[in-house]
Write a protein that binds this ligand. Structure first.
Ligand code: AP5
Length: 256
């Protein structure tokens, strides 16, 4: 029996009596950090758990977690030109223009830490972005140009609870949920003790706009990738460690 990646212990309770799942991944954490992996694309509605899983995947393979939402929020916080353009759009729960986001991802993929692979979280989000990504990957000489696309499925009511309850650590990015994954001490990060914050777009009004825009602009991507035979769908409405086990099976070529 293979062990879960070490990163899972923290979520599974690591010794706190929570039962671990067997055979999560065929590649142990040590060897996973030396291999090249296909680009990994996580699809799913706002709150589906893409960020939570992307951090675990990135930790396991030692590859970067590229969240377009995080990059945009960082630009907003630093008041860059990109941030100023994105701010009001994000506050309305709409999508930032394809050109801006594609350019941002192009810059990030040029960084040397993307050589062995990367996890894309929140990108692509429109068919235009997916077509751009296909072209971009095809132009990367000597590297895999076939992304593994994993769609995480979660019902509407669960998404609402996850988004309204989400709290994040500003220092290490660790994600909590006041209903589902509370920190040990209310409002404080378990790891570094910093005060947690609630994202500006996690209000009910903006959440509703984000979910509508997801259905209209991002859901069609499932068909786009299904037609290419790349889409692997997993049930995101399980514990973090169960979702992760399915996630690794999907990434490492398990049953569709
Ligand atoms: P972005 O930051 O990408 O937000 P999102 O897609 O709306 O996704 P979230 O980050 O809200 O959710 P998630 O799926 O990562 O869930 P998480 O793991 O945090 O984008 C923000 C904005 O930026 C967009 O609205 C848009 O304006 C702009 N933008 C970004 N990318 C763009 C692009 N490509 N093009 C154009 N515009 C773009 O989990 C959520 C909660 O659930 C947490 O509290 C967590 O603890 C909990 N949870 C997770 N997994 C589980 C589980 N298995 N069981 C119980 N609870 C769980």
């Amino acid at each position: 029996m293979k062990a879960l990646p070490r990163e899972a212990d923290a979520f599974a309770g690591g010794g706190s009596g929570v039962k671990l799942l067997p055979a999560c991944t065929a590649i142990d954490s040590m060897s996973a950090k030396n291999i090249s992996v296909d680009p990994i694309v996580l699809l799913g509605a706002p709150g589906a758990g893409k960020g939570t899983q992307a951090k675990l995947i990135a930790g396991h393979y030692g590859i970067p977690h590229i969240s377009t939402g995080d990059i945009l929020r960082d630009n907003v916080a630093r008041g860059t030109e990109l941030g100023r353009k994105a701010k009001t759009v994000m506050e309305r729960g709409e999508l930032v223009s394809d050109d801006l986001v594609n350019g941002m991802v192009a810059d990030r993929l040029k960084q040397p830490d993307c050589e062995r692979g990367f996890v894309l979280d929140g990108f692509p989000r429109t068919v235009v972005q997916a077509e751009w990504l296909d072209r971009e990957l095809a132009a990367r000489a000597g590297k895999s140009n076939r992304p593994v696309v994993v769609g995480v499925e979660v019902s509407y009511n669960q998404l609402l609870q996850r988004l309204t309850g989400r709290r994040t650590c500003p220092v290490d990015g660790k994600i909590y949920n006041v209903y589902l994954q509370p920190p040990k001490e209310k409002g404080v990060c378990d790891v570094c003790g910093t005060q947690l914050f609630q994202r500006a777009d996690d209000t009910e009004e903006v959440i509703s706009a984000r979910l509508k825009n997801y259905e209209r602009q991002t859901l069609p991507l499932e068909d786009f990738y299904r037609k290419q035979g790349r889409l692997r769908r997993i049930n995101g409405e399980q514990s973090v460690e169960q979702v992760m086990a399915e996630m690794f099976r999907a990434i490492e070529g398990g049953a569709l």
